[in-house]
Design a protein around this ligand. Structure first.
Ligand SMILES: Cc1cc2nc3c(=O)[nH]c(=O)nc-3n(C[C@H](O)[C@H](O)[C@H](O)COP(=O)(O)O)c2cc1C
Length: 192
């Protein structure tokens, strides 16, 4: 089978857990190119139902502290190990991109599901772009992506929701290989 570099990269796609990321994160023109590439997604009706919020540098330190405070507020008896795990996800100091869906549920032609899927593609493109540039990345949601206080902290408006946080940074250690789907378990041919 002929192999192209793009196909090869897709075949090797994998996430790198946020706790295995560090600085440096993409910066300057490389960072801008990564973010611009992320928006090059299928988009029925060209609604552009998404936007990105970057969280980096000092802002990331503050954001991580706010998340910890909020988790403690939500769960006053939160297990210290859980708090540590939460902190570890954001301690890399690299780049976090909040991917926001801006779905118009009453659109005359494009169902809300399609708009949401387009936003999901933005997050996925960030993963692919980061890997193509030699960085590691992971798409995380956790409780924070669904918490109204976190949404307000990020300045989300009516109709906006968080698709997740894509963490991007340099890789400190190779992740353990993840189990991959067995194609035959998920693919079937329709027959008339
Ligand atoms: C929408 C979405 C949300 C996710 N949220 C989390 C999360 O909060 N925590 C987590 O450990 N993994 C989460 N994951 C899974 C990881 O991003 C990643 O897919 C997983 O670690 C497996 O790695 P792989 O991408 O190499 O298969 C999420 C994935 C998706 C698509």
């Amino acid at each position: 089978m002929p192999v192209s570099p793009l196909f090869d990269a897709l075949a090797r796609r994998r996430s790198v857990p946020a706790r295995l990321l560090t600085t440096p994160a993409p910066s300057g023109a490389e960072r801008d190119a990564l973010l611009a590439f992320a928006l090059r997604v299928p988009d029925h009706g060209r609604l552009q139902p998404w936007r990105l919020i970057t969280i980096e540098g000092a802002a990331l330190t503050i954001f991580a502290a706010r998340l910890t405070e909020r988790l403690t507020e939500r769960e006053p008896d939160v297990n210290p190990a859980r708090l540590d795990k939460e902190r570890a996800c954001y301690a890399h100091g690299a780049l976090v991109v909040a991917v926001v869906a801006r779905v118009d549920p009453g659109h005359a032609r494009i169902p809300a599901q399609e708009q949401l899927l387009s936003a999901g593609c933005v997050a996925y493109n960030l993963l692919l772009g980061a890997q193509a540039l030699g960085y590691g990345a992971q798409w995380l949601t956790g409780w924070a992506a669904y918490d109204p206080h976190v949404a307000a902290l990020l300045g989300l408006g009516t109709g906006e929701s968080l698709i997740g946080f894509v963490h991007v940074g340099s890789i400190t250690d190779e992740p353990a290989p993840a189990p991959r789907a067995e194609p035959s378990a998920h693919i079937s041919a329709w027959t008339a």
